[in-house]
Design a protein around this ligand. Sequence first.
Ligand code: ADP
Ligand code: ZN
Length: 295
Amino acid sequence: MTIGALEAGGTKMVCAIGNENGEILDRMSIPTLSPGETMPAMLEYFQEKEIQALGIGCFGPIDADRNSPTFGHITTTPKLEWANYNIVGKFQEALHVPVGFDTDVNGSCLGEATWGITRDVDSSIYVTVGTGVGVGIMVNGQLLHGMLHPEAGHILLQRHPEDTYPGKCPYHPNCMEGLAAGPAIEERWGKKAYDLADNDKVWELEAFYIAQGLVNYILTVSPKRIILGGGVMHQTQLFPMIREEVKRLLNGYIQTKELKDMDTYIVPCSLNDNQGIMGALKLALTELEREGQRG
Ligand code: ADP
Ligand code: ZN
């Protein structure tokens, strides 16, 4: 079976071909310019490959509600050329195949849950700390959508008493993304994040914020495992710091077998940075199955 997968990011579009076992057989990547510039190359790529379904994990916010008149649109994105763009419609019109659609982070969560580090649990969270903070959530085997979809990178955090940085998010002075994503680190400290590797203060503060976010997710969604990905998490010294801080903040309030072993509870992603594209593959497979059942 030949399946198409698209990881639609604000910086680049990764198009790939794979199969039902999660194997990626071919891929190409192009920069995300305007739809007029970027869509034709992607359409051509998938047309040539004669795919049977396409899955899209997409930057957002997006409308992933099949009952909505604007299903398949990228909605209020700050990337204005893509705002209100019907990306699913465009692919469907050109390719005539089932198209699965979800957020990029729900896609990554699904990729890991299908073929990666969370395949043994039915409830998990995928957090990316990169250009922004994004959170994908699976509960009882289903990706969480609700009213829109989780936007849990924007949860409000308590500031560190010594942190005078005003925050990077234009909407919230003290949200997680505005305080802890890569651009916030770089603006606060005036250096590229990877050039700050030796500055312990940077990562202490970073762990302070990320752990607060995770504690809120743990108490709300009760995930059986949490995956941390994204560029900032290349600073692997963060993992033990975050685990310690999560433990400190929970303060023994909940005691589960999962929380007893923090090293297997809060973990890095496991698919060599293919979790997003593999998740998109799974979105396609799920959609194919759904359409098959519908007849
Ligand atoms: P995106 O979020 O656009 O998909 P990434 O997850 O790679 O991309 O995130 C990019 C951000 O991660 C940048 O702000 C950069 O500063 C930060 N970053 C990338 N590599 C590293 C690193 N080795 N150490 C710390 N921060 C990094
Ligand atoms: Zn925000």
